[in-house]
Design a protein around this ligand. Structure first.
Ligand code: HEC
Length: 298
């Protein structure tokens, strides 16, 4: 079998592709491993990964890819030589010889050799049956499933591997680790506050407002950088619990600060109630309404 050998980059490309495909899972592992102390300012959730670190990582990746591609090319180039080597008597039926043949396009290693012997006693309405071996790919896949089943059984039912439910519990515990430890809670938390009405508490809310919020929302809540807080239009809902949540966790991407580290829950509830007490006050220079009209909880 003489073929003019041309440089084929397909196997090398496949190698590089496989390597690239394995990257996301690797990155994910790194992220989960580092999750408990994840810092908010980190790239791809990997704490301490700076731009320079990322660059080094990318360069290393490129270098590795180059090495793999080169290695693949060298291997592909040397195939004809290997083929000659394994064509020698005594070696020509070895596994290696067949593997090389496979890489050169002869799939006998996978399909097996067809003997095409007809089974004479199997004749069904003139349909005959060959007595060929099962193709090796089929046989080895079958053996692999047997090995897999043994490993699976031992892992999950003998050595105490985590079954679905245990794994779910474990992931929930991991997720809980990601929550702020200072008791500041979770942005998805459901609260069930009622607006405060006590005058002293509202006054406390007013003071908090003047000190922290007036710069953006105006002295009387008329709105400046931030929206008007005295009209019945709200971007994030006008229920006291909505307002509480926006103040506590902020809308940082839109310029609204998260106040959970500076104000206590009580203070946030006070200022939320104070804001709602401003509803309909129509201060001078009121900013145009933003968001949707809030018509109470349905
Ligand atoms: C740095 C400026 C800034 C400060 C300080 C600030 N806010 Fe805001 N606030 C904003 C911006 C901008 C938005 C609009 C966010 C958006 O577009 O989603 C906003 C939105 C809000 C909303 C939601 C309004 C709506 O329509 O749903 C509330 C409530 C609110 N702020 C209350 C406060 C309170 C209370 C304080 C003080 C503790 C405060 N803000 C401090 C800029 C600020």
């Amino acid at each position: 079998m003489k073929t003019n050998f041309t440089l084929s980059s397909k196997p090398a490309l496949a190698l590089a592709g496989a390597w690239l495909l394995s990257l996301p899972s690797w990155a994910q592992e790194a992220a989960t491993a580092a999750a408990p102390e994840a810092a908010p300012e980190s790239m791809f959730g990997i704490p301490g990964l700076s731009t320079a670190g990322l660059l080094v990582l990318c360069l290393t990746g490129l270098l590795l890819t180059a090495v793999l591609v080169l290695g693949g090319m060298v291997f592909v180039q040397s195939l004809p030589l290997l083929e000659k080597l394994y064509a020698r008597p005594g070696l020509e039926h070895s596994f290696m010889a067949r593997l090389i043949a496979l890489l050169r396009g002869d799939a006998q290693l996978l399909t097996g050799k067809a003997t095409d012997v007809v089974l004479d006693d199997h004749d069904y309405d003139g349909i005959h049956e060959f007595d060929n071996d099962l193709p090796p790919w089929w046989k080895y896949s079958f053996y692999a499933t047997i090995v897999f089943s043994v490993v699976y059984l031992l892992n999950y039912h003998v050595w105490g591997g985590k079954l679905q439910d245990a794994e779910y519990q474990h992931e929930m515990q991991q997720a809980a680790l990601l929550q702020p430890k200072d008791g500041s809670g979770n942005a998805q938390e459901v609260t069930n506050f009622k607006p405060l009405t006590d005058a002293a508490l509202l006054e406390a809310g007013h003071a908090t407002y003047t000190q922290n919020c007036a710069a953006c929302h105006g002295q009387n809540g008329e709105g400046m950088v931030g929206p008007n807080l005295t009209d019945e239009f709200w971007l994030h809902g006008g229920d006291v619990n909505d307002v509480f949540k926006v103040i506590k966790y902020g809308v940082t991407s839109k310029g609204m600060v998260a106040w959970q580290s500076k104000l206590s829950d009580d203070q946030i509830l006070e200022v939320s109630s104070y804001l709602l007490s401003l509803q309909g006050t129509k201060p001078a220079n009121g900013k145009a309404p933003q968001g949707e009209k809030y018509e109470g909880k349905k």
